[in-house]
Ligand binder design. Sequence first.
Ligand code: UFG
Length: 342
Amino acid sequence: MNLSQNSRKSAPRIFVTGGAGYIGSHVVKALGEAGYEVLVYDNLSSGNRWAILYGDLVEGDLADRVLLEKTLADFRPDAVMHFAAFIEVNESVRQPLKYYRNNTLNALKLLETVRQVEIPYFIFSSTAAVYGTPETIPVTEQTPLQPINPYGASKMMSERLLADLAAVESNFNYVALRYFNVAGADSRFRIGQAYENATHLITRALKTAHGEYAKLQIFGTDYPTPDGTCIRDYIHVDDLAEAHLVALDHLMAGGGSEIFNCGYGHGYSVREVVEMARKVTGMDFTVEEAPRREGDPAALTADSRRIRRKLGWQPRYDDLEFIIHTAWEWEKVLKAKKYRNS
Ligand code: UFG
């Protein structure tokens, strides 16, 4: 949707938790470009003020019920998009309660407030981690939910809260988007992933190419896949952002509650990603074969026909080279930014 100049005066208002983070900030950008009025609510624990290209920021924590209620009551949004969450699978295994508190309990508190203020639409960041280790791929939205770590379980529980609430509240509808492996950066390189100690493959490979790490480890080379390494469905963050906009259109047009996978429907192995990272960067960085990482499914790809069919989602960047190119250019910007600030 592109709101006209006229309609912009009364543009729908969208409240975005975690809008200063990696995915949230790309969605805020897409909302701003489409003419929505945006308010970001973020405690900046992993997000950055500079990443918010549109709208205002309220620096606050979801656990701060008083501030949350006041902010929602003042802003009176048409819809809430909920990104704020912890996302590290390994950390969730070591500190499960931290994940259930932030990802599930805070989602519950947010939902209570959302109902109090009578906000009708809710879009939720879910994850492919709710599927655990599926027996067959690509996974559809009907594939059984069997998360194998607290991160996936914390998100699955939040999905359940939403489903149970929507079942009894006729004026409340939600869309849960299950993200696969999100990667890449803004094509103008203004925003991108900026976590400390990032663990994701593409970021890790590019930081190794940049010299931040001495080597990249490939976790497991004996998987039952063509080259022995894990296969994932890498989706460009701007295509994922667009999925949020079509989900919002759907809800605002009176559509019902839905759950959708967000991926391209095919994957690349770790070795293929490494080769592409070498090609894009022109760096022959060191790679070491290492044991399997606990909890990694051999292959995980999305059946995303449902979101394409029902919402007309049309991804534009289904191209691993482009994804890695944008991530690489962003890494350079990030490094320069850090250098200037140090
Ligand atoms: N990998 C390496 N070396 C690294 C980093 C990763 O070999 O240094 C491998 C992993 O073992 C895995 C693949 O690259 O096989 C992808 O790993 P990522 O850490 O990039 O991503 P994951 O697939 O583990 O996790 C992603 C999201 C999670 C989500 C999950 C769903 O980051 O939030 O997909 O499966 F839960």
